[in-house]
Design a protein around this ligand. Structure first.
Ligand code: SAM
Length: 241
């Protein structure tokens, strides 16, 4: 067995922890406090997050997408693949070193997405970025934690609470879609989304998308604010009688 080699490490803003970039043969892994947060071994569900959300906005002429966190670049690359030449992707990444890693040793993994001219990198907290951009995005894709209850950093709970969902709603264009990745289901979060006015679809996606299929599944939520309810139809002649 080839041992893991630590290539680099960097502090995570707002925590006392570090992210470490590890390599073993052709495989890469980003870890925090010894726990893996993203690996090049399996990335089907991270790509599915972008594919499913982009399918919902496919008819829009120049879609604009915000992705929160870069990781190994798979979600961003999948979004770019599904957008036409007029589309734009903004990616918010909290840890500047992750961006450097994606320009260097990780660049080839997802096919060099950072070289795409439709991509803009924003170093910083995705919470602040979406708060600063009302009605800017056709889709907001969040894969920054292990799930709404299993956070990389405490400050990220501002994405999933009532105020966070209001900020996300405000940053979406009418009919826009919120996509959230999670390692598993979370009934309380779905209820919060619904109470925030979102209509929610929950999708379970296989961790392993190549054969042999099987094993664990991850959870993706696709949430949209439905169009305003139709006004009740005008009374018919008969009902006016
Ligand atoms: C699980 S990885 C993302 C994996 C990515 N979907 C992919 O395809 O490789 C989570 C990323 O989110 C970043 N992150 C965590 N909290 C963040 C925040 N509040 N704002 C922006 N990025 C954040 C982490 O530094 C890490 O790069």
């Amino acid at each position: 067995m080839i041992p893991w080699e630590l290539l680099d490490s960097a502090p995570v803003p707002g925590t006392h922890q570090e992210l470490g970039l590890y390599k073993r043969g052709q495989e890469f892994s980003i870890r925090m406090g010894g726990r893996e947060i993203m690996s090049s071994r399996a990335h089907g569900s991270e790509e599915a997050l972008a594919e499913r959300a982009c399918a919902r906005i496919a008819s829009r002429p120049r879609p604009c997408i915000l992705v929160g966190g870069l990781g190994l670049g798979y979600t961003v690359a999948a979004a770019l693949q599904r957008l036409g030449p007029g589309g734009r992707v903004f990616v918010a990444e909290l840890v500047p070193a992750v961006v450097q890693w994606n320009r260097g040793p990780l660049a080839h993994l997802a096919g060099y997405p950072l070289q795409d001219r439709r991509l803009t990198i924003m170093e910083g907290d995705v919470v602040r970025i979406l708060q600063a951009k009302p009605r800017a995005f056709d889709a907001i894709l969040l894969d920054v934690d292990n799930g709404p209850e299993d956070l990389i950093r405490k400050g990220n709970d501002r994405l999933y609470d009532r105020m966070g969902l209001e900020a996300i709603r405000a940053a979406l264009r009418p009919g826009g879609v919120l996509g959230v990745w999670s390692a598993g289901p979370d009934r309380a979060f779905v209820q919060r989304l619904e109470r925030g006015g979102f209509r929610v679809e929950e999708v379970r996606v296989r961790v392993r998308t190549r054969r042999p299929l099987g094993g664990r599944r991850h959870t993706i939520w696709l949430a949209v604010i439905p169009d305003r309810p139709q006004k009740s139809p005008l009374p018919t002649r008969r009902s006016l009688k």
